[in-house]
Design a binder for this molecule. Structure first.
Ligand SMILES: C[S@@+](CC[C@H](N)C(=O)[O-])C[C@H]1O[C@@H](n2cnc3c(N)ncnc32)[C@H](O)[C@@H]1O
Length: 213
């Protein structure tokens, strides 16, 4: 194994360890935050070269299933903004905010924003565990390969709004949460009407904020 391969392996192991720990005990996030941020700051310049073109196929399937067109979209753990750009292209009326903890990722996302999307897409550095947004600010919150912080997801998703959690390589994704765990924790936070999607080896879960109509 080369040094680069070893670093990649360790990084993926650390991401899974962090995800498992924080989903089980969100308070542990404080202990993982700085290393996570350093890890993704370091990866930011090469992140896009690590993405497969079909990485967001399952996310797109879930977006296809939305019953209404969202107007305010939050892409959490946006990285270089690829999923934020997908949402902006798909929903031409929507304002899209991409949030990431790592400044390096935010800088890449801003640099890569296509001019035709620049008026509707913005990127902010923030922590998904403590978001700088009003309650119910977004009618669509999407996460691609990102640790879910359930309290904040429930707070910033509008009543009746939707949440999509997607994982580009399904259970092989370093940041991955088993679907039954997602359903359980999301259900406990008021989400319902779950739907699963699979495409190109990826998975996604769609949920609505609020009791079934
Ligand atoms: C695996 S990458 C996914 C990036 C992008 N969504 C994609 O699929 O290409 C996870 C991203 O989430 C960010 N992240 C991790 N924890 C976060 C947090 N608590 N708040 C905001 N961003 C976070 C990382 O900095 C990283 O850019």
């Amino acid at each position: 194994m080369t040094r680069a391969e070893l670093e990649g392996w360790l990084g993926r192991r650390f991401a899974r360890l962090t995800t498992n720990a924080v989903v089980a005990r969100p308070r542990l996030w404080r202990a993982f935050r700085w290393l996570t941020r350093a890890q993704f700051d370091r990866l930011a310049p090469v992140w896009d070269s690590m993405r497969r073109p079909e990485a967001f196929a399952a996310l797109e399937q879930a977006l296809d299933a939305l019953p209404a067109t969202p107007k305010q979209v939050l892409d959490l753990g946006t990285g270089t903004g690829l999923a934020a750009f997908i949402a902006a292209r798909r929903f031409p009326e929507a304002e899209v905010v991409g949030v990431d903890l790592a400044r390096g990722m935010i800088e890449q996302a801003r640099e890569r924003t296509p001019p035709e999307l620049a008026e509707r897409v913005r990127f902010e550095q923030a922590d998904a565990a403590q978001l700088p947004f009003e309650d119910g600010a977004f009618d669509l919150v999407q996460l691609a390969n990102m640790i879910p912080f359930f309290d904040e997801l429930a707070r910033v998703t509008a009543p009746g709004g939707h949440l999509v959690l997607s994982f580009s390589a399904g259970p092989e994704t370093p940041i991955w949460v088993p679907p039954e765990r997602l359903r359980r924790d999301l259900g406990a936070h008021g989400f319902a009407e779950f739907a699963d999607f699979e495409a190109e080896g990826g998975t996604a879960l769609l949920a609505r904020n609020g009791a079934p109509r």
